[in-house]
Design a protein around this ligand. Structure first.
Ligand SMILES: *[C@@H]1O[C@H](CO)[C@@H](O)[C@H](O)[C@H]1NC(C)=O
Length: 389
């Protein structure tokens, strides 16, 4: 009856009628499960939503205290290493998913995916060992989630969820900063090429493990210009000239190049494998060097920290150094603390990944992976966060 009366009123308002008819046919032919993908996240502090709140670690690897989360989006500090949200929160929003919970949260449900990331974690188990949840352990946790989905939904439906899901990785920085540059023994044992090969080898294996479990769609946040993080700039041999730490930048570039070519070959070898890679390095470097072009005032100094460039890591909690300075306007800054970007950077790069320029993102965008475009309705297009950009 409701359908008939809305069709009868078509002459009154043609546009509303067209939208109504579209949404009726949409509802009739596609259940939401057909178009929404779950979202599984693996990584380090760039994407940790608070898993480290639940493990034994040091204050440097936690962010569940003020002034973290200070912008008020979340009522209390969540454990995110940001003044507010992080990149995966925005991606979830664009994908029309709720905020994806930390795996270790006691009330986490897995129905829209779950986030396994841990601040300080690396690809290699040796990186910050004992203080973080390494990638191997994150993959084991995924196995548990897969089992519980099978129990809950049955084989067929669970396999569909696993196949349609997007698997997002943001990891590797700690392998190079703490695992290599900060570890003289490892530097003696491996030259940079060997070490990058090990990190990439283990990351490739992680992707293959998920592929064998049924995963098909993968997203990657590549490494930033690590040497330009305030913490590393402060350690640079050219610190007083304002330079970035070149060796750290070189490792990040080598990693990103190796990852790009591995992904290109996986695409040939693994049937149905689709991915979204990103050039976060150049994208962020541009904002660091030309902050005003993008609405920032400072691309160099941390908002929260102390010492040169705010690069001495202290920003509340029970860190070794307790005294810190906090800037007045976070939104002027690229960097929130000595190692982590502000919410604004997270939001801008989430948009780039979602539907960004091919110079930064490809071969697929995250939007391509989350939604089958043929099934989009006018309503989806109108809701696109980038529609008015
Ligand atoms: C993975 O990392 C370990 C060191 O943690 C290394 O011995 C091994 O060769 C790496 N695997 C691959 C495939 O590169």
């Amino acid at each position: 009856m409701a359908i008939i009366s809305s069709i009868n009123s078509c002459s009154d308002n043609l546009i509303i009628c067209v939208l109504l008819l579209l949404s009726i046919s949409y509802g009739a032919f596609c259940s939401p499960l057909d178009i929404t993908s779950s979202f599984f996240i693996f990584g380090d502090s760039t994407v940790d939503p608070g898993n480290n709140n639940f493990i034994e670690t040091i204050a440097e690897y936690r962010a569940d205290y003020e002034p973290y989360s200070q912008n008020g989006f979340f009522e209390t500090p969540t454990g995110r290493f940001s003044d507010g949200r992080i990149i995966v929160d925005f991606i979830a929003e664009y994908a029309k998913l709720p905020i994806i919970p930390p795996f270790l949260h006691p009330s986490a449900d897995y129905i829209n995916g779950v986030n396994f990331a841990s601040g300080g974690a690396g690809v290699l188990s040796g990186t910050n060992q004992g203080l973080v949840i390494d990638l191997q352990t994150q993959l084991k946790s995924f196995e548990k989630v897969q089992k519980s989905l099978i129990e809950k939904l049955g084989d067929e439906e669970a396999n569909k969820v696993i196949k349609e899901a997007v698997y997002f990785f943001s990891i590797g920085s700690n392998d190079y900063m703490a695992g290599y540059l900060g570890n003289p023994k490892i530097r003696q044992r491996y030259n940079p090429e060997q070490y990058v090969g090990m990190v990439i080898g283990n990351l490739t294996e992680a992707v293959q493990v998920l592929y064998r479990k049924g995963g098909r769609k993968f997203g990657f946040l590549s490494l930033s210009p690590l040497g330009c993080l305030p913490a590393l700039r402060a350690l640079s041999p050219k610190a007083n000239e304002g330079g970035c730490f070149e060796e750290a930048c070189a490792l990040a570039l080598a990693h990103n190049n190796a990852l790009s070519s591995v992904l290109r070959s996986l695409e040939y070898m693994l049937k149905g494998f689709k991915y979204c890679n990103s050039n976060f390095y150049d994208w962020l470097h541009d904002r660091i060097n030309n902050p005003t072009k993008y609405g920032f005032k400072d691309g160099v100094k941390a908002c929260c920290g102390t010492g040169p460039y705010g690069g001495i890591y202290t920003c509340g909690g029970r860190k070794k150094i307790t005294e810190y300075q906090l800037c007045d306007n976070v939104d002027d800054h690229v960097w929130w603390d000595s190692f982590h970007a502000t919410e604004r950077i997270h939001e801008q790069f989430a948009m780039a990944l979602w539907n960004g320029p091919t110079s930064s993102v490809g071969p697929y965008s995250l939007q391509d992976l989350f939604f089958d475009k043929a099934q989009l309705t006018i309503a989806d297009v109108v809701d696109d966060p980038r529609a008015d950009l």
